[in-house]
Design a protein around this ligand. Structure first.
Ligand code: PHE
Length: 407
C-alpha cells in the first residue's frame, strides 16, 4: 500500500484510509485564538486562569496551578481515548465525529487528551487550554474548531481532610466498596464528598465571577468514561438553561495507571466560545475567526474584566439554497460528513446547514435527504453568482466523494 505524507505544524504524518482532515481544518492549526492578545477568547481564558490562581495558593501565597496553553493539538488515539478509558466502540471515536490524520493520530477532540501525560509528569494541579476539533452540525452555535479549558486537581489524604479536626479513621480508599451513583468502588464516601464539595464550590464560584453573583445555576448528573460521579453545570441565561461545563471525580484506574496511588482527583472541562458568546453578546460563533477590525477592535481593552457588549457592525443579506440527493445504497452515509464537505468548500460563507426533509421512495426504497444551506459572509455581500457556483460545486463534490446522487 502506498501512503502519502502530510505536514502539519512542521511535522510529517503518514496518511491512510482513516485520514479525513480537510484543508479548511488544516488552515485553523496554529491560529491559537485563545492566546491572541485582545481576542475575546483570550480575555475569557485570562479571567478563568486568574480565578483559579486566586482560589488555590500555597503557604506563601503563590498559585499552585500550572497552565499549559501551547500543547500541540495533534494527539494519539491513546491520548484522546484509550488512556481515558473510552470504550473501543464508543461513538465519540467515529470517523464521522473526529478529524483523523491517520488511524493512530487525530486532532484532539477535547483538552482531556493531555490529562494522563501531565499527571504522569508528576503534576497535581494544572490547567490545559487550547483548540479542539469535532465534526458537528453547522449553525450559529457550532463550529468544527473551538477552545476548551480543562483542569485537574489531585489531593493527598492530608489535603482532602485539612479542615477536619479529628481525622482518625478517615481514609481515601476502601477495599471492599461497591460502585454507586455517589462514588467509585475504591473510594470512601467521605473523601468523595469532600472532593465533590470543593469541585462544585470552585465551579459555582467561577460562574459567579464570570456572570455575576446573581447568576442562576443548577447541577445535573452526567456521564463521562473518565470521571465518576460526573456532573454538568448549567446557568440560566436569556430565558434558557445553558450547559457550560462537565466535571467529575477522576476514575482511580486512570491515576493508578500513571503510578499515582495516594491521591484522589477532580477534573473539569469547559468551552470558551459558549461563555464568550453569552458574556459579549456575540450571536454567531464564526465571528471568533473574523479578522475584521470592526469586530476585533471592540475587544481592545487591557483589563479582561471590563464589561463589553459586542455591537454587530452590519448585517449582510443571507441567501438560502436547497440541495436534495439520493443516499448511496451500498455504503455508509453520515450527515456529519456532508456538513464537513460543505464547510470545506464554502468556508466561512456557510452560516447554517439543516436537514430539512428525509424521504424514502416507496417503490425503490431509496432514501433521499434534502438540506437547506444558508450562505452569508460576515464581512461582505455575496453575489448570486458566487453562491450558485459554490452550491453547484458542493453538489458535484458530494456526488464524487460521498457517492450521493443529486436530484
Ligand atoms: N472532556 C469533556 C468534554 O469535552 C469535559 C470534561 C473534562 C468532563 C474533564 C469531565 C472532566 O465534554
Amino acid at each position: 500500500e502506498t501512503s502519502n505524507d502530510i505536514i502539519l505544524l512542521g511535522h510529517k504524518y503518514p496518511t491512510d484510509k482513516w485520514t479525513n482532515i480537510t484543508q479548511n481544518i488544516i488552515c485553523k492549526l496554529g491560529k491559537n485564538l485563545h492566546i491572541t492578545p485582545y481576542h475575546p477568547l483570550s480575555h475569557i481564558r485570562q479571567r478563568i486562569v486568574n480565578y483559579i490562581y486566586m482560589q488555590f495558593y500555597n503557604r506563601i501565597g503563590n498559585p499552585i496551578f500550572s497552565v499549559y496553553d501551547n500543547l500541540s493539538p495533534i494527539v494519539t488515539v491513546a491520548q484522546n481515548f484509550d488512556s481515558l478509558l473510552v470504550p473501543k466502540d464508543h461513538p465519540s471515536r467515529k470517523k464521522t465525529d473526529c478529524y483523523y490524520i491517520n488511524q493512530d493520530t487525530l486532532l484532539r477532540a477535547h483538552m482531556t487528551a493531555h490529562q494522563t501525560e501531565l499527571i504522569s509528569m508528576g503534576l497535581n494541579n494544572f490547567l490545559v487550554i487550547g483548540d479542539v476539533y469535532r465534526k458537528d452540525e453547522i449553525d450559529s452555535m457550532h463550529y468544527p474548531v473551538f477552545h476548551q479549558v480543562d483542569a485537574v486537581r489531585l489531593c493527598t489524604i492530608d489535603e482532602v481532610f485539612q479542615n477536619v479536626n479529628n481525622t482518625d479513621g478517615l481514609r481515601l480508599f476502601e477495599h471492599r466498596g461497591i460502585e454507586s451513583n455517589e462514588k467509585q468502588a475504591c473510594h470512601t464516601l467521605e473523601s468523595v464528598k469532600v472532593m465533590e464539595h470543593e469541585l462544585k464550590n470552585t465551579l459555582t464560584g467561577l460562574a459567579q465571577t464570570l456572570f455575576g453573583s446573581e447568576v442562576q445555576y443548577r447541577w445535573t448528573e452526567q456521564y463521562f468514561p473518565f470521571t465518576h460521579p460526573s456532573w454538568e453545570l448549567e446557568v440560566y441565561y436569556k430565558d434558557r438553561w445553558l450547559e457550560i461545563l462537565g466535571c467529575g471525580i477522576i476514575r482511580q484506574e486512570i491515576l493508578q495507571r500513571t503510578g499515582t496511588e495516594e491521591r484522589i482527583g477532580w477534573a473539569f472541562g469547559l468551552g470558551l466560545e459558549r461563555l464568550a458568546m453569552c458574556l459579549y453578546d456575540i450571536t454567531n460563533i464564526r465571528l471568533f475567526w473574523s479578522k475584521d477590525t470592526g469586530f476585533l477592535n471592540q475587544f481592545k481593552v487591557e483589563d479582561p474584566n471590563v464589561t463589553i457588549k459586542y455591537k454587530p457592525i452590519s448585517i449582510y443579506p443571507q441567501c438560502k439554497n436547497d440541495i436534495s440527493f439520493w443516499l448511496p445504497e451500498d455504503r455508509h452515509y453520515s450527515s456529519n460528513d456532508f456538513y464537513d464537505l460543505v464547510r470545506d468548500i464554502g468556508g466561512d460563507r456557510i452560516e447554517q446547514v439543516i436537514l430539512k426533509d428525509e424521504f424514502t421512495d416507496p417503490k425503490t426504497k431509496r432514501l433521499s435527504h434534502c438540506y437547506s444551506i444558508t450562505y452569508r459572509d460576515m464581512e461582505r455581500t455575496l453575489t448570486k453568482r458566487e453562491v450558485n457556483n459554490v452550491h453547484k460545486q458542493i453538489g458535484n463534490i458530494a456526488a464524487e466523494k460521498l457517492h450521493v446522487k443529486v436530484r
